[in-house]
Design a protein around this ligand. Structure first.
Ligand SMILES: N[C@@H](CCC(=O)N[C@@H](CS)C(=O)NCC(=O)O)C(=O)O
Length: 303
């Protein structure tokens, strides 16, 4: 499926001998630079605070239109190089993620939206201190996300979203309309080019580039194609799942780093952001925007 536009790199926590520290940070994935204990602490604080916040309750109430409204999950701790593997290939279906990874977030949203919280167990990996067994025994590609299902492990986020849609119960993530299906394929093919075009302005000095503006305008136009709803295909679909984690990050980064509001003058994008944030399956996968911004600024050397 999609080629990698911006591979996540090893973090500086990786031992020096194996560490690849890019001269220019080149990924929307955030490498958690703090100690793993700190990262774990951060995530659990975040999970606990969102679990109990009035905002979560309000969100659940406004998300009544979404087919699946799941209660906030108790998310598992992040596994590191010293953690034992789960009992692999015991019949349990497992989605391996890193909580901060936008690619993993796609598969995680799909799993939540289809109401598969009891069928697909989340396993969180510390990419900066990755357990050796993950590459050796689970996924030779050594990236997240991957899905352990029926004694096989598959990877690639867009493939996984489709796989989860086709192989599990729950609301369909693609409409039947052939025109919409065709448009979905075009938009899925464009995801990597979109993030590359948008991300190039984050990593470079100066104004937001014409290339970035054109990419955002293309998204704005795409969101206007079908008028039976605020999403790419009108109603919520796997295309929204593919883009939401990246639009989320670009909104945060452009605002916090370039003082540029990606939704200004783009009413369709503005509406998309508003509406996707009413979908519990998505909001449950979001991290604290401030945390994402801080990590990215550090990575870019911006104080
Ligand atoms: N094309 C892959 C990209 C996945 C990816 O790059 N994941 C990053 C984390 S955001 C990763 O696992 N990086 C680890 C590495 O590159 O070693 C997908 O769509 O699933």
């Amino acid at each position: 499926m999609s080629s990698l536009a911006f591979p996540c790199r090893s973090s500086p926590l990786t031992p020096a001998s194996t560490s690849v520290t890019p001269p220019v940070p080149a990924s929307p994935c955030i490498n958690i630079r703090r100690s793993r204990q700190a990262a774990n602490r951060h995530f659990h604080r975040l999970a606990a605070s969102t679990r109990n916040s009035p905002r979560t309750v309000a969100m659940a109430a406004t998300a009544a239109a979404a087919p699946v409204i799941s209660p906030k999950e108790n998310l598992p701790p992040i596994l590191t190089s010293t953690s034992e593997p789960p009992p692999l290939f015991d019949g349990t279906t497992r989605l391996y993620v890193a909580y901060h990874c936008p690619y993993a977030q796609r598969a995680w949203i799909a799993r939540n939206y289809k109401g598969l919280q009891d069928n697909i167990k989340i396993v969180a990996i510390d990419l900066a201190d990755r357990p050796a067994w993950y590459k050796e025994k689970v996924y030779p590609g050594n990236k997240v996300p991957s899905l352990e299902h029926n004694n096989q492990v598959k990877g690639e986020s867009l493939d996984l979203v489709k796989y989860i849609d086709s192989n599990f119960d729950g609301p369909a993530l693609l409409p039947d309309d052939p025109e919409k299906k065709q448009f979905a394929e075009e938009l899925l093919v464009y995801t990597d080019a979109f993030s590359k075009a948008a991300y190039s302005s984050i990593t470079s000095k100066g104004d937001v580039s014409e290339e970035t503006v054109a990419a955002l305008d293309k998204i704005e136009a795409a969101l206007g194609k079908f008028t039976d709803g605020p999403f790419f295909l009108g109603q919520f679909s796997l295309v929204d799942i593919a883009y939401a984690p990246f639009i989320e990050r670009f909104q945060i980064f452009f605002s916090g780093i370039k003082n540029y509001d990606i939704t200004k003058g783009r009413p369709n994008l503005q509406k998309f952001v508003e509406e996707v944030n009413k979908i519990d399956a998505y909001t449950q996968t979001k991290l604290d925007p401030q945390f994402l911004l801080e990590q990215t600024k550090k990575r870019l050397g911006i104080e």
